[in-house]
Design a protein around this ligand. Sequence first.
Ligand code: HEC
Length: 149
Amino acid sequence: MLKPLMTAFAFAMLTQPALSAEDPVATRKALMQNNGAAAALAGGMMKGEIAYSPAAGKAAIAAINATAVTMGDYFPGGSDTDPSTTASPKIWEDMAGFQEEVASLQAATAAALEVSGKAGPADLAAFQEAMGPILGTCRACHEGYRVQK
Ligand code: HEC
């Protein structure tokens, strides 16, 4: 009795990553929601609406870094026709240019993590300096590779 159950469990675990890869639009939207939430936290602290703390600053930077290193995998050919996507067809016309924008986000977040240290940027000024280039890459990529619907 135990054996078939365990086999089913192992099978479910094995198929889990494949399932998310089968829905690249939902996956990349979830990654972008992660970016959006991290940017909202960052923006709130920059505007003084949320009290700054080094741990929160580092959490925002690390969350965007995680998206930056994974998002490039979720734009396979054919995923531009999904009715819910706001990804521009330009991504597939100029995949190299798009991946360069992904690389810019990776570079910006890696640099920010580097200056963050273990505890996170010490104060709001240090956080703003680290976060500024990251927010610039969000804008640049959305302007070039995203359509408003
Ligand atoms: C390399 C390009 C690129 C970068 C960099 C980028 N985005 Fe995006 N973003 C996209 C694309 C493409 C979409 C549309 C995805 C879709 O609808 O399939 C998107 C969609 C979104 C969405 C909407 C998600 C949804 O549910 O429809 C949010 C929010 C978002 N991005 C926030 C951010 C933030 C914040 C950053 C910076 C930290 C960022 N993005 C950086 C390309 C990028």
